[in-house]
Design a protein around this ligand. Structure first.
Ligand code: ADP
Ligand code: ADP
Ligand code: ZN
Length: 216
């Protein structure tokens, strides 16, 4: 299965992608995670992306399109993948369409996660992840069962993203509405757009995702 999760920053794309990979035996491809890894490693791409990401703007299309094109050729993507945070512009969506055609791969669905802007700042400011395994948490909405200990790996180190602050969130939401929201009519026109209520509780969103996927 090949899916795109489409939604504003903080909508829950990463949270749901982590769950769907387990259920459908497919991999999560997050361009945000890949870019953060490049920044941490200090690669050429990382150096170009760092200031752009810190400002909450979008990294150039050619960089992310190249990253994704290389990534989906790898062996672990054979059974399918969930794109989390890509595509984010019409140019990226068009490049993806062309890339999939060239690789003879078909997209099964695009799932829109609908969340009001008013909720997103709180989601983003409260977000943190396990440094050991990448499991996602939230100060109020999703705490580890034992305080300070990751449920999944037992790790005790956690990270917060440099761009998860109130100032940057405003630019990121603006980028979403101006550059990413036009992908909704693009995929609706292609007949593959599904939607879930991203404001529901986390388990309920997962349930809705599976339901819309099974209904086709
Ligand atoms: P995205 O990948 O779309 O930016 P995340 O999956 O990282 O979003 O979620 C942002 C934050 O909100 C995380 O801290 C996560 O734990 C929390 N969260 C995700 N989905 C929900 C939900 N349905 N209800 C409440 N909090 C949520
Ligand atoms: P979120 O889901 O919270 O918006 P991501 O981890 O997906 O965050 O992205 C973090 C940042 O990485 C974005 O604000 C942007 O600067 C950059 N980025 C990630 N994916 C893309 C993409 N497909 N195109 C351009 N920039 C991207
Ligand atoms: Zn962990």
């Amino acid at each position: 299965m090949r899916l795109i999760l489409l939604g504003p920053p903080g909508a829950g794309k990463g949270t749901q992608a982590q769950r769907l990979t387990d259920s459908y035996n497919i991999v999560q491809l997050s361009t945000g995670d890949m870019l953060r890894a490049a920044v941490a490693a200090g690669t050429k791409v990382g150096l170009r992306a760092k200031t752009v990401m810190e400002a909450g703007d979008l990294v150039s299309d050619d960089i992310v399109v190249d990253i994704i094109s290389d990534r989906i050729d790898q062996e672990d993507c054979k059974n399918g993948f969930i794109l989390d945070g890509f595509p984010r512009t019409l140019a990226q969506a068009e490049a993806l369409e062309q890339m999939l055609t060239e690789k003879s791969l078909r997209l099964d669905a695009v799932i829109e996660m609908q969340v009001d802007d008013a909720l997103l700042t709180d989601r983003i400011i409260g977000r943190y992840t396990c440094a050991g395994c990448g499991a996602g948490y939230h100060d109020k909405n999703l705490r580890p069962k034992a305080a300070g200990v990751c449920d999944k790996c037992g790790g005790t180190d956690f990270n917060r993203r440099a761009d998860d602050n109130a100032e940057t969130v405003t630019s990121r939401l603006k980028a979403y509405h101006e550059q990413t929201a036009p992908l909704l009519p693009f995929y609706r026109q292609r007949g593959c757009l599904l939607a879930v209520d991203g404001m529901a509780e986390i388990n309920e969103v997962t349930r809705q995702m599976k339901a819309v996927l099974e209904a086709g």
